[in-house]
Write a protein that binds this ligand. Structure first.
Ligand SMILES: NC(=O)c1ccc[n+]([C@@H]2O[C@H](COP(=O)([O-])OP(=O)(O)OC[C@H]3O[C@@H](n4cnc5c(N)ncnc54)[C@H](O)[C@@H]3O)[C@@H](O)[C@H]2O)c1
Length: 425
């Protein structure tokens, strides 16, 4: 533990620290790429004297990212990017076993959530890590006095990148932010295979329902939606995709999924999963025709994809916590609709988020991007920037090796061929 750093915290239960440590170590076993980066950071100390505020899901995988940054000399304050995703044991371990400041409690209310963001910002960050853009938003609205000290930051998810791009378009974003989500090694794997698997992990833990033979409706066929639809198909479901983009919808059809508007899908679906990053995807007109017992889960970033407010206001009864993270809304006509994890990110609310093995890539991208920013932020303009390609390729190459995969190398003739235009038929 650093002797110079003052550790501050607001976590649920310090007694959970040793349990959390075991789980963090378990996750580390499946994060070999991040482990290599951590070892190098420990030798080279790229973050000496750098204060980092991170707003991320407080999970065992995030813990390993924080430990890699700390090994590199960073002074860190971590808060949660979602009120339901915090693992209280992980939070306690980070504070009491590893000496990192953490402000996060599972199931915290909105006021507490924002209080924690502010507590993390009290570190006066030079670098920020965000997941959904809430931290950057607070910096630009109520903590503007800190902006001058921020050199740059990284954003982890699609929704955050969309919000940041809007800020940049309006000229509101005051420092460079790197869209870590947009690396191939993040969205092609984390969004697809991570969300695909962990969304069903959550649905199983919450409902123990049999997916085989069910009609699963997946709203959104982006990276996450593809992963969810593929896993649903593999589990034996009949899968329906809803989309607003004709190309994505066509892709879904050619992969063998049925495509139709939600108004039609709502009548026949057994399980509904939203992954659009949009709002009101399931709303009154859909609730009105859903089958008794339909299950609704959201794996998109914010809790607005399913109109929970309508259910709260218009149901004749709410049976809370029928099972783990499962609330039942009884409509006026007696039909019962099941909502998982309060309509928040289901894979983090009702399960543990993505497996460590996939977060190994996303968080290696984050770690290497942070190192890049320490050196290069001064040369970047305020706005949204891509992760340098060499980082993406390095993470892919290291992960491939760690999984036992090997690839070919171009011969000189092939290299020349690919870089010339003279050869014709
Ligand atoms: N659960 C997780 O752990 C996790 C992981 C990564 C990303 N996310 C979040 O999931 C969401 C989706 O991410 P993505 O990377 O798949 O984004 P994406 O942009 O690749 O895909 C979103 C898709 O939704 C479609 N869409 C938008 N509005 C729609 C509507 N009303 N009905 C049907 N389809 C609609 C879009 O056309 C697009 O194809 C984002 O909020 C992202 O932040 C969650």
């Amino acid at each position: 533990m650093s002797t110079t750093t003052v550790i501050k915290s607001d976590v649920a239960n310090p007694a959970l620290a040793s349990e959390g440590k075991k789980k963090i170590e378990w996750a580390a076993r499946n994060m070999p790429v991040l482990a290599q980066i951590k070892d190098r950071f420990a030798k080279e100390k790229p973050f000496t004297g750098i204060r980092i505020a991170a707003c991320m899901h407080v999970t065992t995988e995030t813990a390993n990212l924080m430990l890699a940054l700390k090994a590199g000399g960073a002074d860190i304050a971590l808060c949660a990017s979602n009120p339901l995703s915090t693992q209280d044991d992980t939070a306690a371990a980070l504070v009491y076993e590893y000496g990192i400041s953490v402000f996060a409690k599972n199931a915290i209310d909105r006021d507490g959530y924002y209080k924690h963001l502010n507590s993390a910002l009290d570190i006066k960050p030079q670098l920020v890590f965000d997941d959904g853009c809430d931290l950057v938003n607070v910096l630009h609205t109520s903590r503007t006095e800190l902006i001058e000290g921020v050199m740059a930051g990284c954003e982890e998810t699609t929704t955050g990148v969309i919000r940041l791009s809007q800020m940049a378009k309006d000229g509101a974003l005051k420092f460079p932010m790197i869209a870590v989500n947009d690396t191939d090694t993040k969205h092609m794997f984390d969004n697809r295979y991570g969300t695909g698997q962990s969304t069903f992990d959550a649905i199983f833990r919450a409902t123990n329902t049999l997916i085989a033979g069910k009609i699963v409706v997946v709203a959104g066929f982006g990276y996450c939606g593809k992963g969810v639809a593929e896993r649903a198909k593999g589990l034996g479901a009949e899968v329906i995709v809803t989309e607003i983009d004709p190309t994505k919808a066509l892709d879904a059809m050619m992969q063998g999924f049925r495509v139709m508007p939600m108004a039609d899908a709502a009548k026949i679906g057994d399980v509904f999963i939203t992954v659009t990053g949009n709002r009101d995807v399931l709303r009154e007109e859909h609730f009105a025709v859903m089958k008794d017992g339909a299950i609704m889960a959201n794996s998109g970033h914010f809790d607005i994809e399913i109109d929970v407010a309508w259910l709260e206001q218009n149901s004749k009864q709410k049976n809370e916590k029928m099972r783990h993270q499962t609330d039942e809304y009884v409509l006026k006509d007696g039909r019962r609709l099941l909502l998982l994890a309060e309509g928040r990110l289901v894979n983090l609310g009702a399960a543990e988020g993505h497996p460590a093995s996939v977060m190994d890539m996303s968080f290696s991208d984050q770690a290497l991007t942070a190192e890049y920013l320490v050196k290069e932020a001064k040369n970047l303009k305020p706005g949204v920037h891509d992760v340098p390609t060499y980082i993406d390729k390095e993470v892919a190459a290291l992960k491939l090796i760690s999984m036992g995969g090997r690839i070919d190398t171009l011969t000189p003739a092939q290299d020349m061929y690919l870089n010339s235009w003279e050869h014709g038929s």
